[in-house]
Design a protein around this ligand. Structure first.
Ligand code: ADP
Length: 469
């Protein structure tokens, strides 16, 4: 509320009243020296005038300072604040101006650093999160937002556990923040999309201030190692399989040689031993040949040397090559190719090997006197299909998805007794995939099996398939 004091006409003015009041307070009598009173009044007026000037100067200075603060970080800010201010404020103004320049510089540096951290987070393809000392998310990159199906802007400020939903990581994070020590763990993360195996590293931010202060936050870096671990497992299983496959015939060969060397063996038994030795040596030979083929297929990343392959001619050649095996089991191989079957751009040697492996299996696993068929037809405008069909024992459906894996066999003993290596179908799949095609198996238990290769009519250069299974 504004209040105004008014003085009736003829009454002493406010100045005289103030002087009189002050004189009374100090116990002076105006009647003792009216001149002294007047002089005192004049002095008070002058002091008031100067004080008013000073206050006005200070007020203006404060105003300029306030405006100046609003301009922090701009060029205008650098102009001296104190111009025109009373002299005693000059030093404060200069110190403030200096502090302000430092502040501007550090504000800019902070902004730049924040942008660098944001850019670094965005550039990382693996999930990355930064949390504060209370485990609240400060920053989350796109990969983490995707993996944990959250919106990055919504995740910021939420508890780490509410975003990642994995207690084991949250516990490790709490430990890192408490102890100020980096943590590393590997675990199956079921809450990510897709679920997978993750390597998690937690790096606490350096504690500011005193040595015993706890970290003000931490960076949680996650790396999806699902595929890496899978490939490691596949590789080590492969090495174990190869060692096992090699050791079996070698042990057998060694045993027979020791017997033959140690004792006199009757000619009949000796002939039997020699036959076993030959078959074991053949097995070793087939195994090494298949292994070498596989390794060549995998290591050769050059584009295929293609030719326009006539599939009917190819099938006829395969029948001729496998005639001895078929003849031994009195198996008839029928070839039926559609009239409109186009030539396909393929590596003739590789395609022949794929077809040989399929027809060889069909003969191997079919009963004596049965029939094997090779059929070719066009599928749609862009593909051809070559099917190898037999009337053998068939394959239980649960085995079909893994049939093309290295060393996968439905019946190990049977495969070995028939001279199988367990690599034939893996080689077929590799060859077909390199041609941009696919291979699949269909089977009815007790009725027979059908292996179907699909190939593109136009050349499709496919990358070397990865060593997945
Ligand atoms: P193998 O050298 O053991 O024949 P493959 O990779 O060629 O190895 O085949 C893998 C497994 O698939 C075989 O061990 C066999 O159990 C099964 N299999 C392949 N072809 C046939 C078929 N035509 N009929 C029945 N089973 C088959």
């Amino acid at each position: 509320m504004n209040m105004r004091l008014s003085f009736p006409p003829g009454s002493p003015g406010p100045l005289v009243l103030v002087v009189t009041a002050l004189a009374a307070a100090f116990g002076w009598s105006l009647s003792i020296s009216p001149w002294l009173s007047l002089l005192f009044a004049a002095g008070l007026c002058l002091a008031g005038w100067r004080a008013r000037d000073s206050f006005r100067g200070a007020a203006e200075f404060a105003g300029r300072l306030a405006r100046s603060v609003e301009l922090v970080d701009s060029e205008a800010f650098r102009r001296p604040v104190s111009a025109g201010a009373p002299a005693q404020l000059d030093r404060i103004a200069a110190a403030l101006a200096e502090k302000n320049i430092e502040l501007t510089a550090s504000t800019r540096e902070n902004r730049r650093n924040a942008l660098i951290v944001q850019a670094a987070f965005a550039a990382v393809d693996d999930p990355l999160l930064m949390v504060d000392g209370q485990r609240r998310v400060l920053l989350i990159n796109e990969a983490a937002a995707r993996a944990f199906q959250v919106d990055s802007s919504e995740a910021a400020g939420r508890r780490f556990l509410q975003v990642v939903l994995e207690h084991e990581i949250d516990d490790a994070l709490a430990h890192a923040l408490e102890q100020g020590v980096p943590q590393a763990l590997e675990l199956d993360v079921t809450t990510s999309t897709p679920p997978g195996r993750y390597q998690v590293r937690i790096q606490p931010l350096a504690a500011g201030g005193s040595a015993d202060a706890s970290p003000s936050g931490a960076v949680v870096a996650m790396r999806d190692v699902t595929r890496l671990r899978h490939l490691e497992r596949v590789r080590s299983e492969f090495v174990a399989n190869v060692s096992h496959e090699l050791r079996t015939p070698i042990t057998s060969i060694k045993g027979f040689i020791e017997v033959l060397a140690a004792e006199e063996v009757p000619p009949e038994k000796r002939a039997r031993f020699m036959a076993i030795l030959k078959s074991e040596a053949d097995r070793l030979d087939s195994l090494l040949t298949d292994l070498l083929d596989l390794s060549l297929l995998e290591s050769d990343t050059r584009p295929l040397k293609r030719e326009e392959v006539d599939l009917a001619q190819l099938a006829a050649r395969v029948v001729m090559l496998l005639e001895p095996q078929a003849h031994r089991k009195e198996i008839r191989i029928a070839v039926s190719m559609a009239r409109d079957l186009p030539r396909v751009p393929a590596h003739p040697g590789m395609l022949e090997q794929a077809l040989v492996n399929l027809v060889d299996n069909a003969i191997k696993y079919s009963p004596e006197g049965s029939e094997v068929a090779i059929e070719g037809k066009r599928v749609g405008r862009d593909h051809v299909e070559i099917a190898v069909i037999d009337n053998g024992p068939g394959i239980p459906s649960e085995h079909l998805p893994r049939l093309f894996e290295r060393f996968y066999r439905v019946d190990k003993a049977r495969s070995r007794s028939l001279g199988g290596t367990g690599l034939g179908l893996a080689i077929v799949r590799h060859i077909v995939q390199r041609h941009g095609g696919a291979v699949r198996a269909e089977s009815r238990l007790g009725k027979g099996s059908r292996f179907i290769i699909t190939l593109p009519v136009e050349a499709e250069e496919a990358p070397v398939p990865p060593w997945e299974t």
